[in-house]
Design a binder for this molecule. Structure first.
Ligand SMILES: *[C@@H]1O[C@H](CO)[C@@H](O)[C@H](O)[C@H]1NC(C)=O
Ligand SMILES: *[C@@H]1O[C@H](CO)[C@@H](O)[C@H](O)[C@H]1NC(C)=O
Ligand SMILES: *[C@@H]1O[C@H](CO)[C@@H](O)[C@H](O)[C@H]1NC(C)=O
Ligand SMILES: *[C@@H]1O[C@H](CO)[C@@H](O)[C@H](O)[C@H]1NC(C)=O
Ligand SMILES: *[C@@H]1O[C@H](CO)[C@@H](O)[C@H](O)[C@H]1NC(C)=O
Length: 565
């Protein structure tokens, strides 16, 4: 270490020491469902994420607009992950200031995100209490007995305020990602054939119904090796998920004999295992069967993360970090998991959403199930609606749930308006028109200036190998498969893939979606209705369901496809 650096270090530590502590984040009380168990041992190690201010996040937001709005001259000219990292990486002075503040007694800060804006550190309770002027307690989550060490507030030295966005999970009481297939009727295999024969497409869907109603073709035509779908899976403390290869083979033999040999690859994060000996997880099986089974022969990868001690923030970030470090990441990525937005702190939700902004910049369509709890996440008697994350992040496409015939929104699929993220420009006219139509209904129960979700919708109830299941869990992989096949046609016509979808869907691509105008959503109780589906965008079915031919026309590639086939 050079003399100059030693000197500047000494100066810096002195300035940190002399700077006052400023309350950085706090919550007023412990969220319901958590109980205080006691005081943790001072020597117990905890793991913290320290998010450092990024060098140019507003610049990256501008670049995402430039590559995603169809009217932009640089539309489709996606950035490389290395170019994205230039906007995201923190200033060197921020990193050294934070490192110096932690001091030599703390094991080193390690990069957690590829650009190094989020650092990971192992630290004792005593050290963390000193650094952040806080008091930790041990809490237990009554639903599953999981124990966690948390506090109600923490401070930062005034000299750190300009460098650190937040430290996680000091005051975070978020649950792990929750799968969105709660409304299930999970029956035994033996009943499958009989039920399938009895039930027409108007009721419970199988791949052929989805292809027929949405005009989705059987196969790819581009021969592209880079167009692929990724599917999120999470092994958490409360949910074990696997995607079963034999079940997929059975499913394809039954429902897609034309692509019966197709399979999926698996990416395992943080020591996850895609166990095959227990029949698979419900969510994992739905998501794989309705990507591989609908997206023709688009290659599909199941990306399974293991995060037994973490919460939704770390789980979603694990997946983002994986996507940012792939040489050939999937062009479309579907996630059938969601959390109540308010479970996350605004700083952590914004940070995860900035991760999706980075993926938008490199041209990945991030598609999420909107959730299954209606306007209120199944809370009865509530006084405000409950938006769902990541759907409320303006850089993702959120998928609600509908029935085929007549096209009707499904009552318990989630939708509404964010309390964290303001309405993005691409949808402002559409959400304003809807809000005008409902006038003062539900005033005070939602933020009319928030980002509206979902953006689109698709069929919600489907057959899988072990029976039939429902939820936006089914809608998200179906919509992702539609987009993957649209991308295939774009590639065949030598055009860029869609990337971040929303600027296209709310403008030129609108005619590639069929508006759903019937159906209502449940609200806080019988006495408070939810949202209604209406003409145009609504927080029940978004802009509508897939229309493949309409989308080919909207994207100006219909003739190219007709000539190619
Ligand atoms: C640390 O926090 C406590 C209680 O929240 C407060 O009374 C005290 O002044 C704080 N210490 C510093 C150095 O700011
Ligand atoms: C931030 O990025 C924008 C967009 O690329 C660029 O115009 C601007 O100069 C950058 N600002 C800084 C401080 O690097
Ligand atoms: C921080 O939390 C502690 C309880 O752990 C509480 O006593 C204190 O008043 C809180 N301080 C602030 C500023 O919220
Ligand atoms: C799709 O495949 C099925 C089953 O092989 C076949 O009956 C159908 O005609 C195909 N559809 C198209 C549009 O090629
Ligand atoms: C939804 O539709 C019902 C039945 O038509 C109506 O009574 C209610 O006012 C509508 N709610 C909103 C928010 O538009």
């Amino acid at each position: 270490m050079g003399l100059l650096r030693v000197l500047s270090l000494a100066l810096l530590s002195r300035s940190v020491l002399s700077s006052t502590m400023i309350l950085h984040e706090s919550i007023s009380n412990v969220p319901s469902g958590f109980e205080v168990l006691g005081t943790p041992s001072p020597t117990q190690e905890i793991e913290l994420l320290i998010a450092i201010v990024q060098s140019n996040i507003t610049g990256l937001a501008k670049m995402v607009d430039a590559v995603s709005f169809p009217s932009s001259p640089s539309y489709g000219q996606y950035l490389t992950p290395a170019q994205v990292a230039e906007y995201i990486k923190p200033q060197a002075e921020s990193v050294s200031a934070v490192t110096d503040w932690f001091g030599p007694n703390v094991a080193s800060l390690q990069p957690f995100s590829p650009a190094g804006d989020i650092l990971k550190v192992s630290i004792t309770v005593e050290q963390a209490e000193g650094l952040f002027n806080t008091t930790f307690s041990t809490y237990t989550y009554s639903a599953n007995g999981q124990e966690m060490i948390r506090a109600l507030n923490y401070s930062l030295p005034s000299a750190m305020q300009q460098h650190i966005l937040y430290a996680h999970p000091i005051i975070s009481f978020a649950s792990p990602p929750q799968h969105t297939s709660q409304n299930t009727m999970y029956k035994h295999k033996a009943t499958l054939n009989r039920r399938q024969a009895l039930i027409p497409c108007a009721d419970i869907a199988r791949p052929v119904c989805i292809q027929e109603f949405y005009g989705i073709p059987n196969t790819t035509i581009s021969g592209s090796k880079t167009n692929s779908i990724g599917v999120a899976g999470y092994n958490t403390a409360t949910d074990d998920e696997y995607a079963n290869h034999d079940d997929l083979a059975t499913f394809l033999k039954e429902f897609r004999p034309d692509i019966a040999g197709n399979t999926f690859s698996v990416a395992l994060l943080n020591g996850a295992q895609n166990l095959q000996n227990n029949g698979g997880g419900l969510e994992g099986n739905i998501d794989i069967q309705y990507t591989v089974g609908v997206a023709g022969d688009v290659p599909t990868t199941y990306v399974l993360d293991r995060d037994l001690n973490g919460d939704a923030v770390t789980s979603y970030m694990d997946t983002i970090n994986w996507l940012l470090t792939q040489e050939k990441p999937p062009t479309v990525f579907t996630t059938s998991y969601a959390n109540e937005e308010g479970e996350l702190t605004q700083s952590a939700a914004t940070s995860v959403c900035n991760g999706y902004m980075q993926l938008a910049a490199i041209g990945i369509s991030m598609i999420f199930a909107s959730g299954d709890g209606g306007a209120s996440d199944n809370e009865v008697g509530c006084t405000s609606f409950v938006p769902m994350f990541p759907s409320t992040c303006p850089y993702v496409t959120s998928v609600g749930a509908t029935f085929f015939q007549p096209p009707t929104a499904f009552s318990s699929s989630a939708g509404g308006f964010s309390n964290f993220f303001p309405v993005p420009s691409y949808q402002a006219k559409d959400t304003a028109a809807y809000l005008m139509s409902i006038r003062d209904d539900y005033k005070g129960m939602y933020d009319p200036k928030g980002r509206g979700f979902p953006d689109v919708a698709s069929e919600w109830e489907v057959f899988i190998v072990n029976g039939f299941v429902g939820g936006t869990s089914c809608a998200s992989p179906i919509f992702a498969s539609f987009i993957a096949l649209v991308n295939d046609r774009l590639i065949a016509c030598r055009k860029p893939v869609l990337g971040f979808l929303n600027p296209v869907l709310y403008s030129t691509g609108k005619s590639g979606l069929d508006d759903v105008k019937i159906g209502r959503r449940s609200g806080c109780s019988g006495s408070t209705g939810g949202w209604n589906a209406t003409a145009g965008w609504d927080p029940v079915s978004g802009l509508g369901t897939p229309d493949f031919a309409g989308m080919m026309e909207a994207l100006g590639i219909r003739n190219c496809i007709i000539n190619a086939v």
